[in-house]
Design a protein around this ligand. Structure first.
Ligand SMILES: [Zn+2]
Length: 437
């Protein structure tokens, strides 16, 4: 089996399905090629399941005896590799040293392929699901999911699909990502922060630079940017993040003793948490100034300067609230426009029997790990499906090191054969468990 999984993964990597916000800049042929590859590689699925295309995204329906369904998500588009220092061919799909190498192996062709493998395998064994199983594969997740996930969610909603739970990519089994962790932590995303862009614009007089005012609009914008960086919103403890730290605490050594009392000690503990970018992102809305544009000649006063602030909005805050916050700190002279509007997601409850089923499946495959509720600071397609179910889990069944995490959207992404095997076993087991309940 492992040989087949490695080959499937390798073949999938070789097709460079790089998505772009502007669909006309995408290579339509590679997307078709990928879909043809799936059709040839998974003949039983293509013979027995209902298949509906949404552009290059695909929704599979495996009808069970019941109408109620379980939804699985993955995506096969990938981010570009330009400007990154790869030591292997990002689209070579080499199977070497116990790994399949290349772009997408962790994000998210791995899940895409393993879900296909699991379903194909169950079909070939003659498995008949009690409930209906849906598999939605996005082709534009990396650029927002508007053509894929948004349309597929709309279709399901309009057709009255009853979805019990949803599983998408997200957290993973991490071995060394949390400092001081004494056991592997299986991070299950229960919520994701909202990613919103604010475009700041300042206008000036323009003119010749030989007789300048004391400050140009570029200088003024620099002052505003300093204000943004000096005034991050107050740290706050959300229920998900509290559950995360409290679940990890017993396995965190002496630090754990403090974390176990995070609710009472938050004013003190938060001072340490905000010092690391990772833990900082768990406890507040963050701002990053990601783009700046202004001026077009060395001897001309700029007439206009613009900057983009990407805000990752924590549960409990809102786009409107953050706009007010920016306005208060930056004054009235600057124009502020929302160019991407995404509120934080809803939060999946975790003291439920639905969560327990997932926890059991993770422990069954990965052994002695601690299953931890988790807040994702990155986005996934899952948020587009939140009208369909309140039980949305964001978890990829792979063991990841810090190095693996760093390779996502970066150089030398790869997946181990052991991970492919574990992921396959997990999806088969979990899909069976879910569809029988
Ligand atoms: Zn992804």
């Amino acid at each position: 089996m492992i040989q087949r999984l490695a080959e499937s993964m390798s073949e999938a990597v070789k097709i460079p399905t790089i998505s772009h916000a502007d669909p006309t800049k995408e290579d339509r042929e590679v997307f078709s090629e990928f879909l043809t590859f799936l059709e040839n590689r998974y003949p039983t699925m293509y013979a027995k399941l209902e298949i509906k295309r949404f552009g290059d995204s695909v929704l599979y329906t495996w009808r069970g005896k019941e109408e109620e369904g379980e939804l699985f998500l993955a995506h096969y588009d990938v981010v570009p590799h330009e400007g990154q220092e790869w030591t292997t061919d990002p689209f070579g799909g080499a199977i070497e040293g116990g790994f399949v190498h290349g772009r997408g192996t962790l994000d998210d062709k791995g899940n895409c392929i393993l879900l296909h493998e699991a379903i194909e395998s169950l079909l070939n064994e003659g498995f008949v699901p009690q409930k209906t199983v849906y598999l939605a594969i996005g082709a534009d997740e990396e650029v927002g999911g508007r053509r894929g996930a948004v349309e597929m969610a709309k279709h399901l909603k309009e057709n009255g699909a009853i979805i019990h739970t949803i599983l998408d990519e997200g957290g993973a089994v991490t071995v060394d990502a949390m400092e001081g962790g004494e056991k592997p932590f299986a991070l299950v995303g229960l919520a994701e922060k909202g990613s919103t862009n604010f475009l700041l614009s300042l206008r000036g007089q323009g003119g010749h630079s030989s007789m300048p005012p004391p400050s140009t609009v570029i200088g003024k914008m620099a002052t505003l940017i300093q204000k943004i960086e000096a005034n991050p919103p107050m740290p706050r403890l959300t229920p998900t993040v509290r559950a995360m730290f409290e679940t990890m605490a017993p396995f965190m050594g002496t630090r754990g003793k403090l974390l176990a009392r995070i609710k009472q000690l938050f004013p003190v503990i938060s001072k340490a948490l905000v010092k690391s970018p990772t833990t900082n992102s768990f406890v507040r809305t963050t701002f990053s100034v990601t783009m700046i544009d202004g001026g077009n000649a060395p001897n001309v006063l700029p007439a206009k300067v613009q900057a983009v602030v990407n805000a990752r909005i924590l549960q409990g805050d809102s786009v409107e609230g953050i706009m007010t916050y920016l306005r208060k700190h930056l004054g009235d002279e600057v124009e502020i426009e929302v160019t991407l509007h995404e509120e934080p997601s809803k939060t999946t409850p975790h003291q439920t029997k639905e969560f327990a089923v997932l926890k059991e499946a993770i422990e069954h495959t990965f052994g002695d790990v601690v299953v931890v509720p988790y807040l994702m600071s990155g986005g996934s397609d899952a948020r587009h499906y939140q009208v369909l179910s309140e039980h949305i889990y964001r978890f990829s069944p792979v063991v990841m090191t810090k190095e693996d995490i760093a390779s996502i959207h970066s150089a030398d992404e790869k997946i181990s054969l052991e991970n492919l095997e574990k992921g396959f076993v997990f999806f088969k087991d979990y899909l069976k468990q879910r569809s029988m309940r």
